[in-house]
Design a protein around this ligand. Sequence first.
Ligand SMILES: CSCC[C@@H](NC(=O)CCC(=O)O)C(=O)O
Ligand SMILES: [Mg+2]
Length: 365
Amino acid sequence: MKLAGVELRRIRVPLVSPFRTSFGTEIDREVLLVRVFGDDAEGWGECVAAADPLYSAEYVNGAEQVIRDFLLPRLPAEVTARGLGAAFEPVRGHPMAKAAVEMAVLDAELRLAGMSYAAYLGATRTRVPAGVSVGIMDSIPELLDAVGAYLEQGYARIKLKIEPGWDLEPVRAVRERFGDILLQVDANAAYRRADLRHLAELDPFGLLLIEQPLPEDDLLGHARLARSLTTPVCLDESITSARAAADAVTLGACSIVNLKAGRVGGYLEARRIHDLCAAHGVPVWCGGMLETGLGRAANLALAALPGCTLPGDVSASDRYYTRDITEPFRLEDGLMTVPSGPGLGVAPVPDVLRAFTERADVVRL
Ligand SMILES: CSCC[C@@H](NC(=O)CCC(=O)O)C(=O)O
Ligand SMILES: [Mg+2]
């Protein structure tokens, strides 16, 4: 399709409560939205890079600059989402920036074609079970209250953020209070090879998986850990592309993969990782980056692919936001409905978007 321009919009959305991980605490989300428009369509993309480069090397101000200065000048006159991989290839790295542009172009294309993200990606379900990510808390009682409330709401799986000093005790407390619920942990690379014996003490708790215990570039450390654990190792930050996924699985560094479009450069690469893992019997599930309803819509389409056999971090809008910029996604009977409208199937609510907007400008092409 022919694009006339791209709007870059920065919004700030408060979180319902602080979200603490091993790499820091977020109290609000500074989000970069990308809106592409042409004579016959528009499409929305959400950049998942946070304000600070703590989850990975990207950060929202940097992503915005990379999009302005290096990606938009490379947009071909006739643009397709499939063609962006080659167009953006000369730009090294910056997968979250690239993913945001691709997401917007794909949305515009699919709205024009009257096809949903779910249909395009190959979703096989119209509703998916939702897992929820629970941050590090100040006390065990506070954690148990939060987990109890999420289970009350119907979440199918609990994921606990852990770090050295907050791992065995919270897992034990949740197991003792709530029994054999689906339970997993995510360390966001907080441990080191010296901690392998300590991490093996998680085995008795029957966790679904332990997510990214070691640094993203330590595949051999994860392979050594995987050989010493009964708990499956899942990788997140390490899986930066389909090739990285193939290498991690071949090396035995993981037996489960967290799918995140922003981390791998877009939903097309995420689909390729899904297909590769499915072909080798490696379960995948859709991870999250505290997306607004725009990214949530695309993630639900991804979560509905056949290889996504574990509940994803695809929680309802109110897990993070009192007001989402789209109509809120709700959890019903423990399930999230996959949008079925053209493209993302959702769009920002204008007056809510205006209320959260800090600045916006259009880059004419
Ligand atoms: C700010 S933490 C974002 C990355 C984290 N994401 C989550 O824990 C799930 C977030 C969500 O529910 O969107 C992860 O490493 O998997
Ligand atoms: Mg993770």
